[in-house]
Design a binder for this molecule. Structure first.
Ligand code: URP
Ligand code: ZN
Ligand code: ZN
Length: 491
């Protein structure tokens, strides 16, 4: 063990990682964990954690911050309010999106997001690249360049007219990802099914928010997921299906995994804690609950819980998509706004962890170790941050959260730190809250006070995902692409 003085010692902690729970002290030097043992010497800063649980800081690998949506709407949170809100909720690293729109040059997109985040973020961050225009330049030069800069995952859309890729383009992107070891994240919904239904609903005067849920049928999600799996199978490349909403889609993913395919999946608080009934609130209130895919019924919620329990779903992210309940976001045409015109998405970056802690861990449905895996460690492993982030181990960044498991509070928007103006979880009783949040050994939040400044967060260049996730399970016998087009052909 090191003899150097600790900058910070956290004592008497009940520590949980994704695999173990034990009691120990943690010593921090230069922002990294230097010792984990009982009876460590005092640090320059000394924290008594008796009665608290010490967990790795949350990693939110799906959030939209200071991003222009496909519909051209700017998020309500910038890199300051978004990261402050994340930190208050126990998250110490975020991976939001740098979004390419058609015609945009990828290096310029990345430079723009990097500059804005560097000026404002209070916690560490990386980026995924949203890819809407996979030109030859993008595929041959810019994506490999982005990967070399540590942006090792791309999100692609199968819906949204201005963002979606054709199946042919998706194959091109998967081919590029395969060659360079990147991970393709897929927003899987069948665009034509949604478009067909939405048009008829609007023509029939059915324009209220609840019809958003009707047009985004779970059949559109499961069909597109099945297609994404087939495309990935052809290309012999791992994928991750984002924001899984329906029980049927969990089954499709589970079946792919049972075939040995490298198919990963994410779900979010809105699919555990909201339902289609929320979209049917009076007036336009339901707009606050509209996201894509939309929340389903109680059976869908249970399907998502089961997906987390049985490992079909590995990551729990917020998909924080912050749009205000006014003309800048949800209601571009005021009270005349139809469900087709509302910005899609719900906020949740701050309540992501407390909601699951309360409803999962404190109810006994979820072990604390599984909570850590779903909220932190699996994100780090999936997206090339492990072991620097996502665990409590010697050498890892001291990104730590002290949780008070007994603190009970009723959610009200006033207690949150985002810039959205409402929360879909208003009035919900939550037991268990972050009491102190530490980023690279520095206290960021303590006793509900912020102790960080804009620019304290650092860009984290990510590795390509861990080899076990990239494992090509189809093998060269079944992959035509691997056999003939990627160096495997013998003649
Ligand atoms: O409705 C959602 N999920 N909005 C955010 C954008 C996206 O597709 O993730
Ligand atoms: Zn999406
Ligand atoms: Zn999203």
């Amino acid at each position: 063990m090191t003899d150097l003085p600790f900058d910070l010692t956290i004592r008497h902690a009940r520590i949980s990682t994704a695999t173990d729970t034990f009691e120990a002290d943690v010593g921090v030097i230069d922002g990294r964990i230097a010792a984990i043992a009982k009876g460590l010497r005092p640090g320059r800063q000394d924290i008594d954690a008796a009665g608290y649980w010490l967990l790795p800081g949350g990693i939110d690998s799906h959030c939209h911050i200071e991003q222009l949506s496909g519909m051209g709407v700017m998020c309500a949170d910038d890199f300051y309010s978004g990261t402050v809100s994340a930190a208050f909720g126990g998250t110490t690293t975020i991976i939001p999106f740098a979004a390419q729109h058609r015609g945009d040059q990828i290096p310029e997109v990345l430079a723009d997001y990097s500059r804005r985040a560097a000026e404002k973020a209070v916690i560490d961050y990386g980026f995924h690249l949203i890819l809407a225009d996979p030109t030859e330049q993008a595929l041959q030069i810019d994506l490999p360049g982005a990967i070399a800069q540590g942006i090792t995952s791309f999100k692609i859309y199968m819906t949204y007219e201005r963002m979606m890729l054709t199946d042919y383009q998706i194959l091109d992107v998967m081919d590029c990802a395969s060659r360079h070891g990147a991970l393709v994240m897929v927003h899987a919904e069948n665009n034509d099914m949604i478009r067909w239904l939405a048009r008829r609903l609007v023509e029939g005067g059915m324009t209220a928010p609840k019809y958003h849920g009707v047009s985004h049928t779970p059949i559109a999600e499961s069909e597109a997921t099945n297609r994404a799996v087939a495309l990935a199978r052809l290309m012999d490349v791992p994928i991750l299906i984002v924001h899984v909403a329906s029980k049927e889609t969990v089954s499709v993913i589970n079946a792919a995994q049972a075939l040995g395919l490298s198919v990963h999946a994410e779900s979010c608080p809105q699919y555990l804690f909201l339902t289609a009934e929320d979209l049917d609130r009076p007036g336009l209130e339901g707009a606050k609950y509209c996201c894509s895919p939309p929340p389903g019924d109680a059976a869908s919620q249970e399907g998502i819980w089961q997906g987390f329990f049985n490992g079909t779903l590995q990551v729990y992210s917020s998909d924080h998509a912050p749009y205000r309940f006014d003309e800048t976001g949800k209601l571009p045409r005021g009270d005349q706004t139809t469900f087709k015109e509302m910005a899609n998405g719900v906020p949740g970056i701050e309540l992501r962890l407390p909601l699951l802690f309360s409803e999962g861990v404190m109810t006994g449905r979820l072990s604390i170790e599984r909570f850590v895996a779903l909220t932190s460690t699996n994100h780090a492993r999936m997206y090339g941050l492990h072991p620097r982030k996502g665990t409590i181990a010697i050498g890892s960044d001291a990104d730590l959260v002290l949780w008070d498991p007994e603190l009970e509070r009723v959610v009200s928007y006033d207690m949150l730190h985002d810039n959205v103006g409402y929360t879909p979880y208003e009035g919900k009783k939550i037991r268990g809250w972050p009491q102190m949040v530490i980023s690279r050994g520095k206290v960021v939040v303590r006793d509900a006070q912020l102790h960080a400044s804009p620019g304290d967060g650092q860009f984290i260049a990510r590795q390509t995902p861990e080899p076990v996730l990239r494992k090509r399970l189809n093998g060269d016998s079944s992959s035509v692409v691997r056999k003939y087009f990627t160096g495997g052909a013998s003649s």
